[in-house]
Design a protein around this ligand. Structure first.
Ligand SMILES: Nc1ncnc2c1ncn2[C@@H]1O[C@H](COP(=O)(O)OP(=O)(O)OP(=O)(O)O)[C@@H](O)[C@H]1O
Ligand SMILES: [Mg+2]
Length: 278
């Protein structure tokens, strides 16, 4: 059920897009991780409906190594928060400041398969897919369990990476929803992302494969990487150590203890057992 949206309505209703405040996105060497500063989000203003506040102003810093589980009722703004990371058109105000070394990857619920060959899809949004070695791409496709699905051997897979007759519009039919989600995990690993936002990124995978995909991702990325997950299933909760919640338009954060997320610790992947980061 939709949560009641907090009032009052933003005072900018009726302003032209140029006049409206917006979210400013920048990079700074003074920020470690990612800082959301006085960030507030609104629903888009339409002819029929004025904007209302979706998430009230909040400030929060995601620090290196944070593994954050973001929850809240349907429609409260979880996906919108994740979308703010790149898209300036989201309505809201405040700042998002990325640390200088942050490499962002969004793993969406509905995978985006651009009209490029397989290598272009897996390495998206890289402008030049050739900055990545074919063998590395093949290795990662093995890790996410897609290599055999795509070709019977690595030689054929290499040819397929560059086959321009097959693009995103083909793979959307060739690959199942879960396999497309695996492709998105491959993307995050290949780009060696260190701020990964996952929006119900394993929803199309079966019960065992979802956590398995997360575990693969966590093994491959840096310990310092920041994870921000929106998830309805609790089978990946144990991989997180912070619980962020949006409730009645208020964003709040608290530590997530191992006992309350109901899963057993599994050594090195468990953020609760790792050495504290310097
Ligand atoms: N482009 C849009 N036009 C109109 N309303 C929008 C648009 N995008 C988002 N909204 C509204 O903003 C609110 C937040 O949407 P959002 O997708 O962030 O919710 P959510 O918390 O991710 O929900 P769910 O758990 O169902 O995925 C919803 O009420 C939605 O209808
Ligand atoms: Mg959503």
């Amino acid at each position: 059920m939709m949560p009641p949206l907090p009032q009052p309505q933003p005072e900018f209703n009726g302003m032209s897009p140029a006049e409206k405040p917006r979210i400013v996105i920048s990079r700074s060497k003074d920020v470690e991780g990612v800082l959301y500063k006085n960030l507030t989000l609104w629903t888009p203003e339409t002819k029929e409906k004025p904007s209302t506040v979706l998430v009230q102003p909040f400030t929060h810093q995601f620090r290196p190594g944070n593994r954050v589980l973001l929850t809240g009722p349907s429609g409260c703004g979880k996906s919108t928060i994740l979308r703010t990371k790149r898209n300036m058109w989201i309505e809201g105000s405040g700042e998002i400041i990325y640390g200088e070394n942050i490499r962002l990857c969004i793993v969406p619920q509905r995978p985006h398969l651009p009209l490029r060959n397989l290598k272009g899809i897996v390495t998206y949004p890289a402008v030049d897919p050739e900055i990545y070695d074919d063998d590395r791409v093949i290795e990662v496709l093995h890790k996410v369990g897609l290599a055999r699905v795509l070709a019977e051997n690595d030689g054929r897979l290499k040819a397929k990476l560059h086959d321009n007759d097959l693009d995103g519009s083909s793979y959307i039919n060739i690959l199942s929803g879960g396999q497309q989600q695996r492709l998105m995990f491959a993307r995050a690993i290949i780009m060696n992302a260190n701020f990964i936002a996952l929006d119900e990124a394993t929803a199309a995978l079966d019960k065992g494969s979802g956590p398995e995909m997360y575990e693969t991702l966590l093994r491959e990325i840096s310990e310092d990487a920041i994870i921000l997950s929106v998830a309805h299933r609790d089978d990946i909760a144990w991989l997180h150590n912070i619980h962020a919640e949006i409730s009645n338009g208020v964003f709040s954060v608290r530590p997530l203890s191992l006992s309350e997320n109901g899963n057993e610790c599994r050594e090195s992947l468990c953020p609760h057992c790792r050495e504290p980061l310097p």
